[in-house]
Structure formats: C-alpha cells, structure tokens
Design a protein around this ligand. Structure first.
Ligand SMILES: [Zn+2]
Length: 381
C-alpha cells in the first residue's frame, strides 16, 4: 500500500477540534504525514468522502471472553437477574469459546476499534489478544466478598496477571465491583505496585446503592443466594463509591464503569478524592440489562473525563463504539458529536496510557482512521 489522501466534510481530530473539508494524508505505514485544509503537494490524488473522519475508536470496557454468550442471556432482567443467568449459561466447550473470541476480535477491528481495555477472569482470551493488531490492556478481574478468602483470591489473580504479561499483554489486577469484593481484597488490589490502570463496575444498578446505604435490596438477596455470610456486613449510609474508592490507589488512572445510578454528590466526592478518575459509559449494555441509561449530561456538566465501552456480547447486540455513540445521540441529542468523539478517542487513549500513539489525529502518529458515513463505520487505516 502506498501513500493515501482523503478529504471529508469534517475531520474530527479526537479531542474536541474539527476541520471542515479537511484533508488527511497517510504513508504506507498508516502514519499521518499531513493534516489541514489543503493537500501537501499538488500531485497528490485525494479521495473525496461524504460524512466525517476520526481516529480509531478506544473501547475502554469489554469482556471478550464472554463472546460465546451472544443472544444467550435474557434482556431487561436487571443486574441481579443478569448475573444469575450468566452463571447458568457461561460454561461451554473450549472450541466454542475461542471461536467466539476470535470472531469478536475481528468484528471490533471491522468496527474501527484500535484499542481495548478488556476484562479477563481466566486465560481464554489471551491467545487471540496477544496476536491481535488491536492494542489490548487486560484487566484481571477479582471477585470475593468473603474476607477470609482475600489472600487466596489475590494470589491467584497475580498469577493470572503474570501469565498475561508473559504473553506480552499489558495487565493489571482489578476489583469486579463494590458488592463482590471485600474491603480486605480491595485493599490488597489498591496496594499492588506497577498495577495501572485499574477499573471497577460502578453503580450499575440501584440495588448496589441500597446495599451500602441501607443494607438491603436485590444485590443483598443475590449474595445470600450465593451462600455468603453477610452477618458482619455493615451498611455505611452512603452509596458504594464512598466505601471502595478509599481503598484504591489514587495515583493510578481508574475507570468507573456504567454509572447508571450515580448522583451529583457521588461525582463531586469521588473527583475531590481521586485525581485520576475516568467515567465509562456502556449505554447499550445498560439498555440490555436495566432498560435504563446513565445521566450522561450530568457528567459533561461536571466537566469530568468520560470514555465509552461496549461491555460484552452477553449484554450487547454488537461490539461497536459507534453503536454506543448512536444510542447516546438518540437519547441525548443535545450532546455534540465532537464531545462523543473525544470520549471515544482521546479520553480512552489517555485512560489506557496510550495517547502517545492513539486517540488523536496528529502528524507522526498512527492512531487508525475511521470514515463514518450515514451510520456506517469504514476502517481506512
Ligand atoms: Zn462489564
């Protein structure tokens, strides 16, 4: 492949800037060599495109290892129902699991995704991820509400992190959520050295807040059904975020995922107490599980860093960041496209610590190039 040049109605750079009728040129290595309103030389042939161009998308929340569960879990069951259904259908033979992972990786590439923050509970996805042209950061996700099990679960998590690293994957150990991880395990994760970035599912369901505020609700009932002893659990009278954030390392980039039931006081307190927070939205998964959407304008008004994710095929119809943007635009038409592109590109790259290459169209960088026209994403580089 040789030098390429494209002109489009708009070029979104990946932060909030855009160039009308801009021209972008790339060399054979897909590095950007020119960006502006005119071509760099009169003998360059420019392909004219309707629609807009933007950098490759960053998917900051995915569980590629659950890809074999597409269409297997019922919609609208709320989180406690989803978690229970997931347990029932999760098991499958190795070939089914790895084929589904490989085809999910391919579909993300075709949907213009260039980097993924991906959750792993086991090794199933490591082979595909280590061979992929997509940049993957692996979040080794830990569960354990029983504090007596904290050391054992943590040690097993570190082993899995090292297995991932030995396959040349970037990896960190992370807590699944406030209600599935004991304070003891949360502290062990928070104290881990060289363990960035990290992520946690946050306020995905109202019952998560009820558990920490009042010690009641569907999440509590679910934990009891799992056989956990909750006799020593004490509600704190506040939402979950006030509990776990204190145990995490405030020096490392931390992604709070979903935020469907997050209130302004949660955002304010969290931002005051953590200087490296990012807030990730997976609107299609929220529609799938809870039939709800987070109040995204509330986060934009607060001026916090937001990113986008697809969650897994167990709770989504596809793995496409553009499909997430379309859902947000449908429900919140007042949010400008350039702001959503910033969430999908530069903010995600900053969170993953890969903004030296990804997230912004800039001369000398190789961030991928997407052409979006009439709702369709075409990967140009
Ligand atoms: Zn998730």
């Amino acid at each position: 492949m040789s030098h390429k040049a494209f002109q489009a109605d708009f070029i979104y750079l990946g932060n909030q800037e855009k160039i009308s009728n801009g021209i972008i040129e790339l060399n054979a290595n897909s590095e950007i060599t020119h960006l502006g309103e005119n071509t760099s030389s009169s003998d360059i042939k420019t392909k004219k495109l309707n629609g807009f161009l933007c950098p490759g998308f960053i998917n900051t929340h995915c569980h590629i290892e659950l890809s074999h569960l597409q269409h297997k879990v019922s919609e609208g069951t709320k989180l406690h129902g989803f978690v229970q259904d997931l347990q029932k259908v999760r098991k499958a033979d190795e070939a089914t699991i790895s084929q589904a992972i490989a085809s999910a990786e391919l579909s993300m590439r075709n949907n213009g995704i260039v980097a993924v923050g991906d959750i792993s509970n086991g090794e199933d996805s490591f082979q595909t991820k280590s061979q992929s042209p997509i940049f993957f950061h692996t979040f080794v996700e830990l569960f354990g509400f029983d504090k007596l099990q904290a050391d054992r679960i943590y040690t097993r998590g570190l082993e899995l992190k090292h297995i991932a690293q030995n396959r040349n994957l970037n990896a960190s150990v992370v807590p699944h959520s406030s209600y599935s991880v004991s304070n003891e395990l949360m502290k062990l994760i928070g104290k881990t050295q060289k363990n960035a970035p990290i992520t946690i599912h946050n306020q995905e369901t109202e019952a998560e807040n009820s558990l920490f505020q009042k010690g009641e609700g569907e999440i509590k009932e679910m934990l009891k059904r799992f056989g956990l002893d909750l006799s020593t659990f004490k509600p704190i009278g506040k939402s979950s975020i006030f509990n776990y954030l204190a145990f995490l390392n405030t020096e490392v980039n931390t992604l709070l995922v979903h935020n469907t039931f997050t209130k302004p006081e949660d955002i304010e307190w969290a931002e005051q107490n953590h200087a490296h927070l990012y807030w990730c939205f997976c609107p299609n998964a929220n529609q799938y599980i809870e039939k709800r959407l987070p109040n995204i304008p509330q986060f934009i008004d607060a001026g916090v860093s937001c990113t986008l994710g697809t969650d897994s095929l167990a709770s989504n119809w596809q793995l496409s960041i553009w499909a997430e943007i379309e859902t947000i635009q449908k429900h919140y038409p007042q949010i400008k496209t350039e702001l959503l592109i910033e969430m999908a590109c530069q903010n995600g790259a900053k969170f993953l610590g890969i903004d030296n290459q990804f997230g912004k169209l800039e001369i000398g960088k190789k961030p991928g190039l997407n052409w979006v026209n009439q709702g369709a994403v075409n990967k140009l580089a």
